[in-house]
Design a protein around this ligand. Structure first.
Ligand SMILES: Cc1ncc(COP(=O)(O)O)c(C=O)c1O
Length: 385
């Protein structure tokens, strides 16, 4: 009988996808929903695209063009202090999303367990579910600034089943940035329990008042950590679909092998642009980071003043606000805000069960729109709550 696989039909629909569609169709909507930069890709990268388009019409090496992997290895050594980074243990993928999925596909068998922070980036759970893995959650608490508690990781580890821990710093949706002290504790747990950790560092360049530290740079982590980074947020290159993973060679080889059957190779043109992105002046990234910082400093105090308690985010471009005093259903609340004020925000439940009671604002939106959007919400709340 013809049917859609259970694996596929059990997957939840993404509310964010629905929101983006609504916001695109109705121009009166101010979107603070989307998780992508509102900046254009830096001009030198776009100009370079015109130059190299003819060189990129063929498939590339499935692991990624050597010149890019060499540039990434230099970057990881210099910026992230990952001393063992080498073109051999780097694989380039279609966005970091593919790196995350392929790393999981290469490390877990059906029934094996992955530890996921909750609330956490919404793609982790479906990835494990598609692979028929099992999930253990580590709850992140507002009172801890949404910092992951290493003791809680220990509590959920199942000696037989747990294979992978997913870490995300700077974090989506909470903006938490993990300190060296916490990362050291986590690295001890990873070694003691002989598991892998995927370190999702998609927002590594968007950090405010703190420093980004790659857990892969800590002593003895070479065989345990798969560092995943992206060009999407750092260089406003979401549509080019370019990311990569750096980790133990056997995992990189496995990702390369299976990736070959899925995408064949990452987009060739994007890889050539990736080489350029790693050469351009830091001023382009810094310009975007400063602007996000400016917006962060506006949006967070304003949300708190409106009564929406919001922890100060130290990374990424999200504010995660507590709405528990207004509603016990963040999905319904976000929908109401959308319908009544025409401002799109994302319900916290998109990021896991412990996201209930929160909504996420993205400040990857022009400051004027942020101001207007918050005015609308403030007026609505004053009148109706
Ligand atoms: C935490 C996190 N990781 C990974 C990704 C995937 O990004 P990309 O596949 O564009 O690199 C996203 C996208 O929003 C994200 O928020």
């Amino acid at each position: 009988m013809r049917h859609i696989s259970e694996r596929e039909s059990d997957l939840p629909d993404s509310v964010i996808g629905e929101l983006i569609k609504i916001a695109q169709e109705d121009k009166s909507i101010i979107s603070m929903g989307a998780g992508q930069p509102d900046f254009k890709t830096p001009k030198p990268i776009l100009d370079y695209a015109k130059k190299v388009i003819n060189k990129s019409t063929a498939y590339s090496n499935p692991q990624g063009v050597l010149e890019l992997r060499e540039a990434i290895a230099r970057k990881l050594k210099k910026e992230n202090k990952i001393s063992y980074a080498d073109p051999k243990n780097i694989v380039v993928t279609a966005g970091s999303q593919e790196s995350i999925f392929m790393t999981l596909a290469s490390t877990i068998d059906p029934g094996e367990q992955v530890i996921i922070p909750n609330p956490g980036y919404l793609a982790y759970v479906p990835a494990v579910e598609l692979l028929n893995g099992s999930i253990a959650y580590v709850r992140l608490r507002e009172e801890d600034g949404f910092e992951i508690d290493p003791e809680k990781i220990k509590e959920v580890i199942d000696k037989k089943k747990t294979k992978v821990l997913i870490l995300n710093s700077p974090a989506n949706p909470t903006g938490n940035v993990l300190s060296k002290k916490i990362l050291e504790k986590i690295s001890d747990i990873v070694v003691e329990n002989d598991i892998y950790a995927i370190s999702d560092e998609a927002y590594e360049k968007l950090v405010y008042d703190k420093k980004h530290i790659s857990i892969g740079s800590l002593n003895g982590m070479e065989e345990y950590i798969i560092t995943v980074q992206s060009f999407s947020k750092s260089f406003a290159m979401c549509g080019f679909r370019l990311g990569y993973a750096c980790g133990p060679k056997k995992i990189i080889d496995a990702i390369t092998k299976s990736g070959h059957y899925v995408t064949l190779c990452p987009p060739h043109i994007s890889q050539l642009l990736g080489v350029k992105a790693l050469q351009i002046s830091n001023k382009y990234v810094e310009h975007m980071r400063r602007e996000y910082d400016r917006r962060r400093k506006y949006i967070v105090p304003r949300l708190n003043k409106m009564g929406l308690k919001t922890a100060m985010p130290y990374g990424a471009f999200y504010a995660f606000s507590n709405i528990k005093h207004l509603s016990n259903n963040s999905y319904k609340f976000a929908k109401e805000i959308l319908e009544k004020t025409k401002v799109a925000v994302v319900p916290g439940t998109e990021f896991g069960s412990y996201g209930e009671g929160y909504i996420r604002f993205s400040y990857a939106t022009d400051l004027n729109f942020i101001k207007k959007g918050l005015d609308r919400i403030e007026n609505y709340l004053k009148k109706n709550y």
